[in-house]
Design a protein around this ligand. Structure first.
Ligand SMILES: Nc1ncnc2c1ncn2[C@@H]1O[C@H](COP(=O)(O)OP(=O)(O)O)[C@@H](O)[C@H]1O
Ligand SMILES: Cc1ncc(COP(=O)(O)OP(=O)(O)O)c(N)n1
Length: 265
């Protein structure tokens, strides 16, 4: 008998350098034996040194890609990444409702590591209004959680308070990543509306962390596509990202990408 084929769709921006965005998502899906599909929202000219240019796609082009995938290939889980403008956010929200997608992982991509904006300032309210209530899982880093909650996050208790606020704004599972906090121990936090859960790891001292957020969220999406629970999905995604950073590829002269095949070498 044939193995079941699980499918995941990523709606995100293209990173020509291959470390983040659509490219990181598809590599991660593939690594977990999940069939990856894409709807590109924007094309970036990007490498390990930074983002040199951003070209959002026409709304019609984004809509057609989503429709083509949805009507024929029925994704088991969906991930969103760089959405760039309020028009794209509104379109993606409308399509999510139209196709009744429920296993949706929303990575609130705002700024690339080098500081380039990947979400317009004017789109933040639309993001909060449309994307948070749709999110089965939301994966903010600490600065993104600060923007979405309008609060400063300094202590671990602040992170918990922010996670609660995001849950109140409609998110089912809040996964607050700890990469931007100080210290040699890294803690990713899950709030499920009742309890907090922590995933701890050693911080690897490296500048090669380009695409960690995309890769981690894509790993969660792949596991949800396979029918895993959120707790199982984060267990696997955390081990995956740790190995991917630990065995980074050391390519390019800036912030290099993680190693998407590290766990299975
Ligand atoms: N130096 C590091 N060593 C190990 N894991 C890391 C490191 N930096 C980030 N991670 C992990 O990568 C994921 C993304 O983290 P974070 O840096 O907070 O988000 P983003 O990449 O979106 O800014 C998290 O699971 C985090 O624990
Ligand atoms: C096209 C595109 N999408 C998302 C990002 C941000 O990715 P992230 O995983 O947060 O990694 P860094 O940019 O922080 O290294 C991106 N750069 N490009």
């Amino acid at each position: 008998m044939r193995d079941m084929v699980y499918k995941a769709l990523t709606i995100a921006g293209s990173d020509s350098g291959g470390g983040a965005g659509i490219q990181a998502d598809l590599k991660t899906f593939h690594q977990f034996r999940v069939f990856g599909m894409s709807a590109i929202t924007a094309v970036t000219a990007q490498n390990t040194l930074g983002v040199q240019a951003v070209y959002p796609l026409p709304l019609e082009a984004i809509e057609k890609q989503i429709d083509s995938v949805a009507v024929d290939l029925s994704p088991d889980a969906v991930k969103t990444g760089m959405l760039f403008s309020h028009e794209i956010i509104e379109l993606v929200a409308q399509k999510t409702a139209q196709y009744r997608w429920t296993r949706i992982v929303v990575d609130p991509v705002m700024v690339a590591k080098g500081g380039a904006p990947l979400l317009k300032q004017e789109a933040i309210e639309a993001f909060k209004r449309h994307m948070l209530p749709l999110a089965y899982v939301l994966t903010p880093n600490i600065p993104e959680a600060e923007v979405l909650t309008n609060m400063r996050i300094e202590t671990f208790e602040d992170r918990k308070e922010a996670a609660k606020k995001l849950h109140h704004l409609g998110v089912r599972y809040v996964v607050m990543k700890g990469g931007h906090a100080e210290g040699s121990e890294l803690v990713d936090l899950l709030y499920d509306g009742e309890r907090f859960y922590e995933w701890k790891s050693e911080r690897i001292e490296t500048k090669h962390t380009h695409g960690t957020g995309c890769t981690f969220a894509a790993a969660i999406t792949a596991q949800l596509a396979k029918g895993k629970t959120i707790y199982e999905a984060i267990d696997i995604a955390k081990r995956f990202i740790q190995a991917a950073v630990e065995q980074a590829l050391h390519i390019g002269s800036g912030h290099g990408p993680t190693n998407h095949w590290a766990l299975y070498e």
